[in-house]
Design a protein around this ligand. Structure first.
Ligand code: BGC
Length: 702
């Protein structure tokens, strides 16, 4: 195909920059471009936790449900994230998709954002690093990745119209940073703008964002597409830098045509957008011919999903070495979540997998002896309340799991079960999804009354007999744990772990694999201590029911940057996660070599189990020129699997440039002159080694 913009009529050009509206070619795909003059249409599909296409007429489910990105980030392991990306890319390619609408890299600013599970972290570096690995994986399969949603779309309430008000410094240091990292490191072929306005202007109609930052400053060469139906003026979108309006449709097409007739549409800009789209289509045609797989190994992908979920599960508590359990132990499982196990969240972050292994199923198959009388009560209750087909659907399709009471086992039976079992296990679930934020109410951020009663009863009966209680958290984002964690001996956080859920829980509880995930987001002690709740003058209501603006008045102090700087105690801090084994950190060596800081240290497994450790490097800067957070994550490294007694030398390099802060008046990035403290920790608050370095001159970057 050899077409250039100059050979096309105005109508044809406009047709190329506006999608078809409702896609027709691939069931469940999110979008499609128009085919004109023999230029084929290209196919676009979600999403972050796995390819979202519909099963075909024979009910063959064509994709794998991987752990949600919040769990991928909890692995702190770029390699497994790249493997997941590659597998999703292969599934996309096999199913005829050209562009994957993922990963999502908005910031976990608001602990209750409905889409936090689709995003990686509250920290821009962890976010950008994980997104880069994901993009490299997807694109290695010949599929174009689309980091989204640029930018400051960090909550769902009124997402189509809300105006995010944020300072330029916070925007650049926190919210734009992950996009900058992914563009410079992984060269994604596309970027999706967000729905919201940014400081008064829709992001899809914002030349400062799209032309100045994205193209000029970062050198982005891929295509810029809108989020689905974003903004209010397609002419302005094309004029401001958008290449592709999605999902498009005739209304948009006609508006552009009218804009051209009135002289409002910039025709030179249109030609440039068309050239870019044609270049992309040519690339896609070549990939289709050379790279499209004719078969697919879904079992292999299930193993990748399993491995990623094992790596991303986080042990929050393990008193008295409650875990690991031993084979043959008798367990009583409480909670409907043992059957209603959530593989993923709702909306475009959901996908249709062949199956989901429930927590009940996984534990039953594992060599533990499950108290069937207790489990039966929950199973019957779910079936009675929701019908037979509900569970089958939940494991494959998208169905909203309405919350049920958890306190349904008679008190005498709980007491009997404590007599006849070794351990009580309580499953807590929380769903969330696109287009709505989570609630503070009981049953969401806080425990519901029935959950609290259940926890109290199980805790009392088991502990009274010297037996232990374990909680499994199958949740989409942070919940309040501080007020009830003393009732529980061990807590395993499995987020939304994808289709292998039950298998993952069993193998971690039994210590076949030692948990090694760490938190990518802070768990606050209480809602009232969060920065979002603490700024009522900017943010009335939690979240406000119908806001037209959201003001980021905590500025750069997002997540741990806030808690650490202002001395607020979290329930579980950023970077936190226990292991069955213990690690010793030693022999820190830090030096400045040219424009880099080279950091070396050793981690030794001094415990009883094999395991992996995530070492984190935080830097405290001088903060003379401008105030700075107490510390910021600047590097991390996960060890290989270390046997007891084994050690690994870790080397991490940090560019001096990455210590820069953005000076909003001077409009430059500045590395301050002065002392910097390098802190090496097992979490943001468990610093094991530290050393100071001196930067002897101020450095400037544009
Ligand atoms: C979501 C995007 C998604 C698109 C297509 C939008 O509503 O915000 O993340 O990729 O729909 O499904």
């Amino acid at each position: 195909m050899k077409v250039s913009a100059s050979e096309l009529s105005l109508e044809e050009k406009i047709a190329l920059v506006v999608g078809v509206g409702m896609p027709k070619n691939i069931p469940g795909a999110a979008g499609e471009t128009r085919s004109i003059r023999g230029i084929p249409s290209i196919e676009l599909s979600d999403g972050p936790s796995g390819l979202r296409v519909e099963p075909d007429g024979l009910r063959i489910y064509p994709s794998t449900a991987f752990p949600a990105p919040i769990m991928l980030a909890s692995t702190w392991d770029p390699e497994i994230v790249e493997e997941v990306g590659r597998a999703i890319g292969i599934e996309a390619s096999y199913n005829g998709i050209d562009i994957l609408l993922a990963p999502g890299l908005n910031i976990h600013r608001h602990p209750l954002c409905g889409r936090n599970f689709e995003y990686f972290s509250e920290d821009p570096l962890l976010n950008g690093s994980m997104a880069s690995s994901y993009v490299m994986g997807v694109q290695s399969a010949g599929i174009i990745a689309t980091p989204k949603h640029l930018v400051a779309n960090d909550q769902e309430v009124n997402r189509y119209i809300i105006d995010t008000v944020v300072s330029e410094r916070a925007l650049r240091e926190i919210y734009l940073k992950p996009f900058e990292i992914v563009i410079k490191k992984a060269s994604p072929g596309a970027i999706m703008t967000s729905y919201n306005k940014l400081n008064g202007k829709y992001t899809s109609q914002n030349p400062w964002l799209l032309e100045k930052i994205l193209r000029e400053e970062w050198g982005f060469r891929g295509i810029i597409m809108t989020d689905w139906g974003a903004g209010d003026n397609p002419v302005e979108q094309i004029n401001s830098g958008v290449d592709l309006i999605m999902p498009g449709g005739d209304t948009y097409y006609n508006k552009l045509l009218e804009g051209a007739r009135k002289g409002e549409l910039d025709l030179r800009a249109l030609d440039q957008r068309v050239e870019r789209i044609i270049e992309l289509i040519n690339k896609i045609i070549k990939i289709r011919a050379e790279r499209r797989p004719t078969s697919i190994d879904l079992n292999k992908h299930a193993e990748i999903a399993y491995k990623a979920a094992l790596e991303g599960a986080i042990l929050l508590k393990n008193d008295l070495e409650t875990l690991p359990l031993k084979e043959g132990m008798k367990i009583a499982i409480f909670g409907t979540g043992q059957f209603e196990t959530l593989k993923s969240g709702m909306g475009s972050g959901h996908n249709h997998s062949r199956y989901t292994i429930s927590i009940y199923e996984g534990l039953k198959r594992s060599g533990l002896i499950v108290d069937e009388e207790i489990s039966n009560i929950y199973e019957k209750y779910v079936l009675e309340k929701k019908g037979k087909e509900y569970l089958e659907k939940l494991y494959k399709d998208e169905v909203y799991p309405e919350r049920l009471s958890q306190n349904v086992v008679p008190e005498e039976l709980i007491s009997k079960s404590a007599d006849r079992n070794d351990v009580g296990i309580i499953v807590i679930t929380r769903i969330s999804g696109e287009d709505w934020d989570r609630k503070l109410a009981g049953g969401d951020y806080y425990l519901a009354h029935d959950e609290r009663i259940l926890i109290e009863k199980v805790s009392r009966e088991f502990r009274r007999r010297g037996k232990r209680v374990v909680a499994i958290l199958n949740i989409a984002g942070p919940i309040e744990i501080y007020s009830w964690r003393d009732l529980i001996d061990a807590i395993l956080l499995i987020w939304l772990p994808g289709q292998e859920a039950g298998r993952v829980v069993a193998d971690l509880l039994l210590g076949r694999v030692t948990p090694s995930g760490k938190l990518p987001i802070t768990f606050p002690r209480d809602w009232s201590t969060t920065p979002v709740a603490r700024a009522p003058e900017c943010y009335p209501g939690i979240p406000p029911e119908n806001p037209s603006r959201v003001v980021y008045c905590e500025d750069i102090y997002v997540g741990y940057r806030y808690y650490d700087t202002f001395g607020v105690e979290p329930a579980y801090e950023f970077g936190y996660g226990l292991s069955y084994t213990k690690f010793r950190y030693r022999d820190l060596d830090v030096r400045i070599m040219g424009d880099r800081i080279e950091i070396g240290f050793t981690i030794e497994n001094v415990g009883k189990y094999s395991g992996r450790e995530v070492a984190q490097i935080y830097i405290k800067g001088p903060g003379i020129l401008l105030p700075r957070p107490e510390q910021e994550l600047k590097g991390f490294k996960k060890t290989k699997l270390l046997k007891p007694g084994e050690s690994e030398e870790i080397y991490v390099t940090i560019d001096l440039k990455d210590l820069a802060i953005y000076h909003p008046d001077k409009k430059v990035w500045i590395v301050e002159k002065g002392w910097y403290e390098v802190r090496v920790g097992a979490s943001s608050r468990d610093i094991r080694l530290r050393e100071k370095i001196y930067v002897d001159r101020e450095l400037y970057y544009i």
